[in-house]
Design a protein around this ligand. Sequence first.
Ligand SMILES: [Ca+2]
Ligand SMILES: [Ca+2]
Ligand SMILES: [Ca+2]
Ligand SMILES: [Ca+2]
Length: 400
Amino acid sequence: MLTDVNGFYQFSNVLNGEYDLIESVGQSVPTPDVCTPPETDPVDFVSTTPNLKTLLINNLPAQMNFGDFEGSRIEGTVFADNGIGGGTANDGIKNGNEIGLENTVVKALTGSSTLIEQTSTNGAGEYILYVPKSVVGNGGTVKIQEVNNTSFITTGGDAGDTGGSYDIATDINTFTNTVGSSYTSIDFADVAESIFLTDGSQSLQPGGTAFFQHTFEAKTDAAVAFTTSSVNNPSNITWPVVLYNDLNCSGTVNSGEPIIQPNDIVNVTTGQTVCLLLRVTVPQGVSNGASSNTTILAVMDYNNTSPLIQQSLSRTDLVTVSDEEAGLVLTKSVDQAQALPGATLSYTVSYINNGDEPISSLEITDNTPTYTTFSSANCGVLPNNLTGCTITSPSVGSTG
Ligand SMILES: [Ca+2]
Ligand SMILES: [Ca+2]
Ligand SMILES: [Ca+2]
Ligand SMILES: [Ca+2]
């Protein structure tokens, strides 16, 4: 049957059973039993509900509505273009197991960039937008724009089946509207920004060595160049700086772990963590308050991008010379300034940790002075949290 002027329809005296209800424009009434009508919408309308619905009638009244919209429907996906699961990173195309990005804003705009409608992507990264015929008619321009979430970088987009084109600078797909169309696969490709942690600072005495641990967490496939530059105070003194690739992330330099040179490239893939160790040596003879501030710059060239997409990250490590904040301080004293031959001298080695880091193990060595031989040694009174003191000494009467 045909709907009335208000779009209303009603079938009466329907026998119990299962029925297909089909929306079909302009069909003759009654539709012949032998011929299933095509599922169609009125001219210039797109469906907001399926045109075919199945209905079970069992003695009770039933209601089934069909929704149509006068204009065009646009749908697509915003996804993480990071190449996971066999995909290609940063190519602007959803491939492999690249997943959708939820809660991302997508806007429909007119050719003159007036907002028509905006929405957010669902859990699968999908969105649907509608453009009314009254706003953009046949032959008018429609722009679909993504607004990246915080900490995401655009790698591309796809105009889908619109026949339009994508512009990376504005993150907009632009196409010419045919009213009543249902456009699909208008997609947007982003990747999360990679992460570089963290800033460091240490106080050391002249001649000391500082190590700073850093982690670089790649969120997409890229070639990374790590370079260092230092600002020294006073500026005429050079502080030796070396950057190591801490392959086993131990926080220490192990045998075989390479120094990263300025021209080296570290290739990373999505989810990979690169551990770095920066070693800064305080020159001998620098005075209290001298400092060196080293910046580690990480420049990522995203794989598969042309023109090249880059992300730069940096961290700084500050080393300050401070006598007062020297870590371990040892002092040695003797109980008599002079002694007769055969007398016993008692030497005391005292230790104090003035640093802000705990010291977990410590080895102190000393020599028997000239004209003396070893008598005995003990650990003295240990602080509460210091245990396991052992003494390795020469035999009594010997030197060592
Ligand atoms: Ca419909
Ligand atoms: Ca991809
Ligand atoms: Ca984007
Ligand atoms: Ca290591």
